[in-house]
Design a protein around this ligand. Structure first.
Ligand SMILES: [Zn+2]
Length: 311
């Protein structure tokens, strides 16, 4: 009797769950227990088929991402790493308000962890993204709903290694570099949080890490302005992208005045045989001014490849 009551309550519970999902017909429940035994993939990755023990089946909708495609495919280019190549920073508005997340637009940290290298000049070269050390083959997740614009192997992307670029409806593009495996392809819709590849060390890399970039109209800005990679949180659900953020010397943590001050700066990379006098003449300035800007004395020995501010 006890066994029977237990079975009965289980069936009732099961029936209640099924009815809650949709209109399952009573006959299926009357005889014996009907249980899901398998799930099958369909050509639509967000739609699965559940097979039940009585050989019936039904679709299981895993939820399609809501993506506003207005303007999403502007200057769409699946052949090139960077799209929007004709757009100069000077032509962009001073401020652009971007919606990053709301009920229809979830977000996900691509990889949660410590930042090893920031958006900044690094050994006299611009480092246009955030580096996050990881273990080989850790999951890399898509940051926001979007469509994959470009994927490329190391031989095509040079320093980026295996690379994915995703276009998002707010106009941003996110870049995921040095991957060991790429799971997605151009034109594919991707949800925030979806695993798009595995972390690796392909391309110009000295150890397994994710190189993550955020770009607007092809121009990179510091991804740490959007994400706190250590906590895994978005800093804010809306974001005002300012023109001066595109400068490689502008980064998260500066005041607006400090960031703005980076835009008028001009830097010079020292070449073999150059001294302060030669550099000053090249840039129409004086040795004294260069020394003041860089906090150095006029008899300072220059190193080839060193970056000097000249304006
Ligand atoms: Zn990097």
């Amino acid at each position: 009797m006890r066994k029977f009551l237990f079975a009965l309550s289980f069936i009732t519970l099961f029936y209640a769950q099924l009815s809650a999902q949709n209109e399952i017909v009573e006959e299926e429940i009357e005889g014996e227990m009907v249980t899901p035994v398998d799930t099958l993939n369909t050509s639509d990755k967000y739609m699965k088929v559940i097979i039940f023990s009585d050989y019936t089946w039904k679709y299981l909708d895993c939820g399609h991402p809501v993506i506003d495609t207005t303007g999403l495919y502007d200057e769409w280019d699946i052949e090139s790493i960077h799209a929007f190549r004709e757009h100069k920073i000077s032509e962009l508005p001073d401020e652009i308000d971007l919606l990053l997340a709301d009920d229809n637009n979830p977000y996900c940290i691509p990889y949660r962890g410590r930042v090893s290298s920031r958006y900044q000049m690094r050994r006299s070269r611009p480092h246009r993204g955030t580096d996050l050390p990881l273990n080989m083959n850790d999951s890399i997740r898509n940051a926001f709903n979007g469509v994959v614009r470009y994927t490329g192997p190391t031989r095509e992307t040079g320093g980026y290694g295996n690379l994915i670029v995703i276009r998002h409806p707010n106009g941003l593009e996110t870049y995921y570099g040095h991957l060991s495996v790429v799971y997605v392809s151009s034109g594919e819709t991707v949800k925030a949080g979806e695993v798009i590849g595995l972390g690796g060390s392909t391309g110009r890399s000295t150890g397994p890490h994710l190189h993550f970039e955020t770009r607007y109209m092809g121009h990179p800005f510091d991804p740490e302005r959007i994400f706190d990679f250590e906590s895994g949180e978005l800093r804010s659900t809306t974001f005002t992208l300012k023109k001066h953020y595109f400068n490689i010397y502008s980064h998260y943590g500066q005041t607006d005045a400090e960031s703005k001050a980076t835009t008028g700066r001009v830097y010079h990379k020292v070449r073999k045989g150059e001294n302060l006098g030669v550099i000053a003449r090249k840039h129409g300035t004086t040795v004294a001014k260069i020394c003041k800007l860089n906090g150095i004395s006029s008899n300072k020995i220059l190193r080839v490849g060193q970056s000097l501010r000249v304006r």
